[in-house]
Every structure is written in structure tokens, then in C-alpha cells.
Design a protein around this ligand. Structure first.
Ligand SMILES: *Cc1c(COP(=O)(O)O)cnc(C)c1O
Length: 399
């Protein structure tokens, strides 16, 4: 089933797969840790982790074993029954996030986690004469209709009008704070603490705190999209913990189940939704929530050993080296923890860096208009991290 060459796979795609992506001509057959191997068994260092998904790297032995055991036992029953791993995964998320009196519901993606949040907001707002959801320019919240409406980037909305009513956009946090104060119809603000697709912008902590305070004062819900920044990506379990804020609603997905399909919405609002008001066929099933429990267990142990903090520090040092050695290519470093960006001097440079890195067998992502994004596996080894930056320097020398 999986023994095609790259050329054969490309042809199959041309013939049968809808072209919603400009794909890179690479097809990986297997992965170990932060390394991926293509159809010719050439190794690539994965500084993308999918897009921040493969938090444990590829084929982590304990994770693989936990999944294999679960697949052989039970994959799926509907949400009309109690799914043991779903309950335990919810408990674990709340423990690690340090959230008391919270509740979790599970979905299949980040967009769906946000959609659940929107329904919670609207239900809450309907009783209070409030309905507007404010989001930030440069944000990204997913591809469903609600989520593209929340995503304040016209390029992702163009051609799909009409969008969902009741969303408005703020230029920046100051503008958002102003709008919360001025408009009594605002029910909720939604932000990413580190804007993953919009240039790996870490928002200003003091401003975020001011926004949270303003929301409390004006009876407006505070929702944070941690789909990308969550699950130790920022250096802590949630970026929310670094920013010292307590959102009413948090969306999670990407790294939450080590590569399995998952999304989760966490809320501290009492009885946010009641039976019959929301649902999902696949969300929270035995396989994905077992993966979630297993991944969180492994990551927690790794974090508690101090290893995440060490990797974060090393990463930052490597980024400083790059900035110092290649001042004509990059202007600044962005982001937090292991969710990082190097801002190239322009779009062309960004594209060229990613391409040259690929020919040095290092996989990087773009973000925003000119940022080269780095999202290595959270548990990447020192040797892999070092090798990755070595390959990056080799690429940059060819610019
Ligand atoms: C990726 C992402 C989403 C969308 O997640 P999907 O699983 O693709 O639906 C939403 N918000 C943020 C911040 C993301 O990075």
C-alpha cells in the first residue's frame, strides 16, 4: 500500500486529490525522533513537527506502545457512553493547566475547538444582550466558517462571502481594549497569545493583562486560542501560564495528542453547554484521548525533569547566533519557548531560506509575510537541535 515512489505519489495526487495545497515534492516514509526519512531513505530534520503537532517527535516508543495496546482493545464508541480515557484526559489537561472548576470537551481539530467556544459565547451572550466576538488582525483560528470569520485576514476570507455575522476585528490590543470599553454588544474577545500563522508574534504581557482586566470590568468573556501555543510549545504547558491570565475559554488541538486527531475546548463557565446543545461523532474517542493521555504523561515527565527549559534556552542561544552571524538575512527573533520565528528582511528572503534549508535537509515553516518559523518537537534532543542549526547555517551561507 505504501511502496510508491515520490513520482508515483505525485501523479496519484494530480489525478485524484483536490489541490488545496501547494505541496512540496517530498514524501516521507517513516520518522524517528526529530528525523524524517523520504522515499529514498534520506534523512531530514523536522523543525515543523507537522505544524506543531508531533510534540513527542516521530514514533516515540512508549507512545507507540500505548497506541498499539489501545487499537487492539477498543477504538470507538459513541459519546452516548462513558469513555474512560476521555474523562482521564480531561482531568489531566485541567491539572496541568492549573485550572480549578474547569470542564473540557473534545473535538477533532483546532477549528472545531474554536467553534465550541463560539457556541458557548453566543449562548452566554444571548442571555445578556451581547453577541459580538472581537478578534485581532493577523490572527488565525482555522478554516470552518466561524473560524475563517474569526481569522482577521482578508486573504483567507476572499471568495467565500457571506461570512458569519457578529464578528469584528481590532487592529491591535489597544484597539481591542477600546472596543470592549465602548461597545456593550461585545460578548467576547478571542486572541492567540503567540500568533502562530501571523508572524510568530508574542503579544505584550502587560497589554494582555490589561485586556483581561477590561473584559472582567465590562462583563465580556476572555477566550484564548492555544491551538498552536499550547502543550509545552511556549515552554510551559500553556502560554496562558506565562501570561498569567485566566481565560473563560481556551482552545487546544495541535500538540495535544502527539499526532493523533484531536481538539479540545476548556471552559470555566458553569453549565456552558447542556445535553443536546453540542456534539461530535468522533471527538474524544478512545484512541485519540488515549493518545492524549499518553502524550501528556510523557511530556509532563520531560518537563518536570527540567529538559524543556534547557531546550528552550539552547534554542534561544542558537537563534542569537544566527542573528549575529547573518544580520543581512534576519532582522529579529520572534516568539517564545519552542514556538519561534526568525524575521527575514523580506518575503523573498523568507522563501529562499526555507528552500535552501530544505536542500540542506532541514524542514522549516513560513509564517506571516516574512518570518521563518521553527517548531521542533518539544522533546527534541540536544544533538538533533544542534544538527538542525548546523544545517541552517550551511543553508544561510549559500544565500
Ligand atoms: C492550526 C490552528 C488552528 C486550526 O486548527 P485545525 O486543527 O487546522 O482546525 C486554529 N488556531 C490556531 C492558533 C492554529 O494555529
Amino acid at each position: 500500500m505504501q511502496d510508491q515512489t515520490l513520482e508515483q505519489t505525485e501523479k496519484t495526487f494530480q489525478d485524484y486529490v483536490l489541490q488545496t495545497y501547494e505541496r512540496i515534492p517530498l514524501s516521507f516514509k517513516r520518522g524517528v525522533g526529530a528525523k524524517l526519512y523520504d522515499d529514498k531513505d534520506v534523512d531530514y530534520l523536522d523543525f515543523c513537527s507537522g505544524i506543531g503537532v508531533i510534540s513527542l517527535g516521530h514514533s516515540h516508543p512508549k507512545f507507540v506502545k500505548d497506541l498499539q495496546d489501545q487499537v487492539a482493545k477498543i477504538l470507538h464508541v459513541s459519546n452516548y457512553y462513558y469513555i474512560e480515557s476521555q474523562g482521564l484526559a480531561a482531568k489531566k489537561i485541567l491539572e496541568l493547566a492549573g485550572i480549578k472548576n474547569g470542564k473540557v470537551s473534545f473535538y477533532n481539530s483546532g477549528a472545531e475547538a474554536n467553534e465550541c467556544g463560539f457556541k458557548i459565547v453566543r449562548k452566554w451572550g444571548n442571555k445578556r444582550g451581547k453577541y459580538k466576538i472581537l478578534t485581532l488582525e493577523q490572527s488565525f483560528h482555522g478554516r470552518t466558517y466561524g473560524a475563517i470569520t474569526a481569522t482577521a485576514q482578508p486573504s483567507l476570507q476572499k471568495g467565500f462571502y457571506p461570512l458569519v455575522p457578529g464578528f469584528e476585528y481590532a487592529k491591535d490590543l489597544d484597539d481591542m481594549i477600546r472596543k470592549v470599553k465602548r461597545d456593550p454588544e461585545v460578548a467576547c474577545v478571542l486572541i492567540e497569545l503567540i500568533q502562530g500563522e501571523g508572524g510568530v508574534n508574542a503579544l505584550d504581557k502587560a497589554k494582555v493583562k490589561e485586556l483581561e482586566k477590561t473584559c472582567k470590568e465590562h462583563e465580556v468573556l476572555f477566550m484564548v486560542d492555544e491551538v498552536q501555543s499550547g502543550i509545552y510549545r511556549s515552554g510551559e504547558f500553556l502560554a496562558t501560564q506565562i501570561y498569567d491570565v485566566k481565560p473563560d475559554i481556551i482552545s487546544l488541538a495541535k500538540g495535544l495528542a502527539g499526532g493523533l486527531v484531536i481538539g479540545a475546548s476548556v471552559t470555566t463557565i458553569k453549565d456552558a453547554l447542556t445535553p443536546g446543545e453540542h456534539g461530535t461523532t468522533f471527538g474524544g474517542n478512545a484512541l485519540s484521548t488515549t493518545a492524549c493521555l499518553s502524550a501528556l504523561g510523557i511530556l509532563e515527565e520531560y518537563y518536570n525533569s527540567g529538559a524543556v527549559a534547557k531546550t528552550v534556552k539552547k534554542m534561544d542561544e542558537f537563534m542569537d547566533e544566527i542573528l549575529k552571524e547573518f544580520p543581512n538575512i534576519f532582522v529579529s527573533k520572534e516568539g517564545l519557548g519552542l514556538m519561534r520565528g526568525l524575521r527575514a528582511k523580506d518575503l523573498d528572503t523568507q522563501k529562499k531560506v526555507i528552500k535552501l534549508a530544505q536542500s540542506e535537509r532541514l524542514l522549516l515553516l513560513k509564517s506571516g509575510r516574512n518570518v521563518v518559523r521553527l517548531l521542533p518537537p518539544v522533546i527534541i534532543s540536544d544533538a538533533e537541535l544542534e544538527e538542525g542549526f548546523k544545517r541552517m547555517k550551511n543553508a544561510l551561507k549559500k544565500m
